[in-house]
Design a protein around this ligand. Structure first.
Ligand code: FE2
Length: 228
């Protein structure tokens, strides 16, 4: 038995309530796990690590790991425009847990957060990670960064900065690659069914929506004919 647990936490509203920078950035942190086993992981725990742990604890859940969608400091912690963002190192101080990342993000993650590779469990596309009895599938979706990843769990797609309700992640930052982003949006993610719900890394244009709706309203994520 497993009961799916998913919490979407908006920085500045649900956690990090006193952070005006965090509020402006509109980042989401997610808690994903199995209510029956009482275990969960946090996706992109940044800005207010204590607040994220407190939400999990209040729900009767124990944080057993962290997943990084990509290495940018607003998702994993580090220096952002001279402003120090809480993130993975602060989490590891409060709670020993595994940090899961794509193998191509390991160097960036180390440079941005200072955590060592021995703290990381590295993945590639297709890996399946169990939290209690809930299975999370790792999808490598490069474009925003080389190792940017989305996580498919049940009928949810946690997409980091790969896809928002409106628009997609920037490809003009270091490590960005417009051609890879095009392939991600038109090939790697194109087979996901309409009913899968997009949970983006920022509240750009909305907080969540079924992919069918996103395909109808987001020109960066068009419907792709089956034969392509
Ligand atoms: Fe990013």
């Amino acid at each position: 038995m497993a009961t799916f647990y998913l919490r979407q936490l908006l920085v500045g509203r649900d956690v990090g309530k006193t952070s005006s920078v965090g509020r402006q950035m509109q980042n989401f942190v997610y808690l994903v796990g199995d209510r029956d086993s009482g275990e969960c992981i946090a996706v992109d725990p940044a800005w207010d690590v204590r607040g994220v742990i407190d939400v999990a604890t209040a729900d009767g859940m124990k944080l057993v790991g962290a997943f990084a969608t990509h290495y940018h400091p607003d998702h994993v912690g580090g220096g952002l425009f001279g402003f120090g963002v809480q993130g993975l190192p602060d989490l590891l101080e409060l709670q020993a847990c595994a940090v899961h990342a794509h193998k191509l993000e390991a160097d960036g993650l180390r440079k941005v957060t200072g955590i060592s590779k021995t703290d990381m469990t590295l993945h590639d596309s297709g890996d399946k990670i169990r939290v209690g009895e809930i299975e999370i599938e790792w999808l490598h979706t490069p474009g925003h960064t080389p190792g940017s990843s989305c996580f498919r769990v049940k009928d949810a797609l946690i997409a980091g900065d790969t896809l928002f309700l409106q628009g997609c992640g920037r490809v003009d930052l270091p490590g960005g690659d417009p051609e890879e982003m095009r392939r991600t949006l038109t090939q790697r993610l194109s087979r996901l069914p309409d009913e899968v719900v997009l949970y983006p890394g920022h509240a750009y244009g909305g907080e969540r929506a079924p992919l069918g709706t996103v395909r109808d309203t987001n020109p960066y994520f068009p419907r792709v004919p089956a034969e392509e």
